[in-house]
Design a protein around this ligand. Sequence first.
Ligand code: ADP
Length: 455
Amino acid sequence: MVGATSCFECCPDATKVSRFRFSLPPSVMRSLFINPVVHVRQAHRTRRAAIAAIAAFGAILAGVFLMSAVHDAALSAVLGTVALACLGAVIGPFTGGNEAEWIRYLETLVRTERDRLLAILNTMGEGVAIIGPDYKIRFMNPSMLREFGDGVGSYCYKHLHGFDEPCDEMCRLREVIIGSTERSEYHFPDGRIYEVVSSPFADSDQVSCMLATFRNITHQKLVELELVKLNQLKSELLSNVSHELRSPLTSIKGIISSLLQEDIGWDNESRKMLLIGMSEETDRLASLVTNLLNMSKLDAGVWGPERDRCSVPEIVTETLERQKWVSKDHIFETEFAPDLPEVFADSNQIKQVLINLLENAVAYSEEGTKIVVEAKRINNEVEVTVSDQGVGIPPGELEKIFDKFYRGTQKRRRPGGTGLGLAIGRAIVLTHGGRIWAESEIGRGSTFHFTLPAI
Ligand code: ADP
């Protein structure tokens, strides 16, 4: 019989799997092994009973026949005994619970179940390892071998974690061996994260071991982290946007209240100053709302470019006309290469990229400094650059500034900003098949470049 710990020896060609036997939990044991065995036993018993009944019937018939045919009582008894012995010899092998057949049957049963378990272990996406009380790895299924390499026979703390000795804070082997089931999360130095469930397990040699399943949850964890980050960004954005909306509104409200005060006799110059201030605050509001709307349209994929043949100098000039008026304290200059080809682009979207770059140039550089917009042909592209003489961008931030909601450490000269301007610019340029990047020197200024495919 298979014994209390039913075990299997694995097939010879199955790498490490073949070295160990398995003891199954009682419920599995019952359904996989004991139930079929009990049923088969019943079947054998039924068969034996039937054969014995037939034999008894035959013996009685033979007895009746002999007693009626042979009148000598002694001879009749001898013949009856001989007949019964012959009958017994013939049916004996069928009733006697053929042990060899029985053992063969059990072996087949065990082998089938073992093959089934092996197939399950081999195809499991999760890694399975059996670790002995001496911390040595006794078994690894193929998935475990794939993820961690062959470590059968080595110490688990060495092979899995690269430690020289067991780490009591991390390792649950002692608790598990005495019967507890533990769930832990292992973060490996290469960035992989595993959820490990360890349960007690009696190996085929009856040694109490730990059966651990390793589930790679790195991707899941990264998604969770991203979601947490996104939620943080959302709440930051919400508080940022509320602040950004409130401050121009407060200024506008203040200016209107001042203008409405009848007891103050505003002269024309002061009234004009106040109205200009109001107009600037309104522009700030409009730019913020535009950026928010554009970002959500880009996110929803409903702001595809409506391309046409466009002239870059025209787009730049029109944008600057507006910008010069908004920031009259900077010196704006343009420089266009003479051989500039046209581009196939959505002029409104490209204007939005320029507005965002120019607003930043104004916000991060002192009044009276130069802001230069250039356009030149480079191979099959038109490259547009916006340079300022402002505070500059630390090298570590040059990549990040194009991320949604990222706001750098440099102080804006003007209040405002949501960290969306460059992200929108990048999204627009990329949908046009171009590239965008920045160069900067702290204290000397920044240059933003973007390209558009030339016609
Ligand atoms: P914001 O609304 O904060 O300006 P942007 O997406 O337009 O958001 O810019 C992201 C960050 O890039 C800014 O917070 C700032 O740190 C940096 N930045 C952008 N343009 C300039 C510039 N011309 N000079 C210095 N820093 C800049």
